[in-house]
Write a protein that binds this ligand. Structure first.
Ligand SMILES: Nc1ncnc2c1ncn2[C@@H]1O[C@H](COP(=O)(O)OP(=O)(O)OP(=O)(O)O)[C@@H](O)[C@H]1O
Length: 315
């Protein structure tokens, strides 16, 4: 087994009477990991501790084996951080700003300029890198924030709500970029988001927090495994097909017509083969083409219905 990316043991942080982290223990594997939890769950506190910006009241935490408290300089070199809120100077160009951030991280001037051009190309801003950031769209500004997090070639990226404020197309682009960044640069990503549909698509694992404690840390495959339900797509009259199927499986399964497909929910003791045969026979009988029949997978939205404070958008 590979060593953990982040290892937190009984991590606590108190703010006066508020226990923001309460003996929070988690081991996060390398890869892309989503951090979820309602407002006040402790996500930002955990992220700030990882960055060395907040000191834990108790407990231990390490990033790639480096103790966060005693190895702050190492942690800064290893970690790139994209904050949620606007933090960009409007009068500087993306090239100037990312070069400046590279210099702050200790890169020599020439290397910082080269690296700035590289990361701006990676995030799709190479052509526009000399324009003032103040003239950028929200999506472009988000990409500058990602570029500055990457400029010093970190091994870990921490992204706080990276798709906040973006329209659906911008969100898609940002998600694709995050995934590509993780894969192409071979770096691990920890990102917080309220949008479970997003996390489901790009993450390898999910860490859920509540009241400063761990609720669960699981891989997406474990979480969204197959359910017993069957999803059937047909080409033709969906209602007629569903009616034909109902008469064939009446005591074995419920047949639910959704927008473009039929979901078949087997009742206790039903045989999957019997239901699959009934689907094929009903398709022939109702003269529709059988396009797809597969086992439904659980969705994060259903599993985490109460985990976030905002409605989740499965786009
Ligand atoms: N600097 C602070 N001073 C006092 N209380 C704080 C401070 N920072 C966080 N808290 C409290 O600690 C708890 C955890 O907050 P935290 O910001 O870590 O949660 P979160 O999961 O990041 O929430 P959000 O999604 O709103 O950012 C909350 O009750 C919050 O009010």
């Amino acid at each position: 087994m590979s060593s953990p990316l982040i290892d937190a043991r009984a991590l606590s942080r108190r703010y006066g009477a508020v226990l923001a982290l309460d003996r929070f223990t988690v081991s996060i594997a390398p890869g892309i990991t989503g951090l979820v939890g309602a407002n006040g769950a402790g996500k930002s506190t955990f992220i700030r501790i990882l960055l060395g910006l907040v000191t834990p009241s108790a407990g231990e935490v390490s990033v790639l084996g480096h103790d966060v408290r005693s190895a702050r300089a190492n942690i800064r070199a290893l970690v790139g951080y994209m904050p949620e809120h606007d933090c960009l100077p409007p009068d500087m160009s993306a090239a100037e700003f990312t070069t400046f951030m590279g210099r702050l991280s200790g890169l020599p001037a020439h290397a910082a300029r080269e690296r700035s051009a590289e990361v701006l190309r990676h995030v799709g801003l190479f052509e526009e890198r000399y324009r003032p950031i103040g003239s950028y769209s929200t999506g472009m500004a988000q990409r500058v924030k990602l570029a500055q997090a990457l400029v010093h070639d970190p091994r870990v990226l921490i992204l706080d709500e990276p798709t906040n404020g973006l329209d659906p197309a911008g969100r898609e682009e940002m998600l694709a970029l995050i995934r590509r960044t993780g894969r192409e640069f071979g770096i691990s990503v920890l990102l917080s988001s309220h949008l479970l549909g997003e996390l489901e698509r790009i993450c390898d694992g999910i860490v859920q927090m509540d009241g400063g404690r761990l609720v669960r840390a699981e891989s997406i495959d474990e979480l969204t495994g197959e359910t017993g339900d069957l999803l059937v797509d047909v080409d033709g009259d969906l209602a007629r097909f569903a009616a034909a199927l109902r008469t064939r499986v009446h005591t074995a399964a419920d047949v639910v017509v959704q927008r473009h497909q039929v979901q078949v929910r087997p009742l206790a003791g039903a045989s999957f083969d019997h239901i699959a045969d009934a689907v094929r026979d009903a398709a022939v009988e109702s003269d529709v083409g059988l396009l797809r029949m597969e086992r439904a997978r659980a969705r994060l939205d259903d599993l985490f219905r109460d985990a976030t404070d905002q409605p989740s958008v499965a786009s």
